[in-house]
Design a protein around this ligand. Sequence first.
Ligand SMILES: [Zn+2]
Length: 227
Amino acid sequence: MKPLVTMSNTTIKTIKNGHSNGLVFEAISNPKEKFPTVLSDAEKVELITEKFADIMEILGLDLTDDSLKDTPARVAKMYVHETFQGLNPLNKPEVTLFENGYQYHEMLVERNITLHSTCEHHFVPILGVCHVAYFATGKVVGLSKLNRIVKYWAKRPQVQERLTEQIAADLKRVLQTEDVAVYIDAEHLCVKTRGVEDCASSTVTSHYSGRFTEPATRAEFLGAIKG
Ligand SMILES: [Zn+2]
């Protein structure tokens, strides 16, 4: 019989200089990114499958059961390819800018962007919406890229405050402007389903910079996302 807990000696290799596979990590980084792994996605899936099987065995689950036997691999694939895909810099969306040929200089608001993230303290979902806005300088961006930027930063273990700042910083970098607003309203399943078990509350975080620090501009943005 397999020992209950296998302490694998497979040490996850880490590097500490902020670079991995030639990729530079972000200024507002998650704790883990200070020690990015150099494992491939396939290696991560294999290792997580082993470890998650250990967790299930420790909980007393029968891994020979038809319904459970594939769960460790299923969870591992979900973590690497879906839930935490934003931890792999190769998944960062490529953003192409276009000339602002329409001479549109008003506020652009992309509202109700679906936000699915994961609480890094409890590894349960954070579910909500993200609204972003900017004033175009000389360039504009394809609208779906705004959704993709939000998704990339959400798909990793997160706290909502950091997520808000990371999205804002990336939008400023990509759009080449300080005139950016980000507003997140999200429910944390660690609050809803455990601990205080509060099903009614949600958490709001925001970032305003450039022209969005002016009260009238901020009010216009808030009006647009509530409308
Ligand atoms: Zn939590």
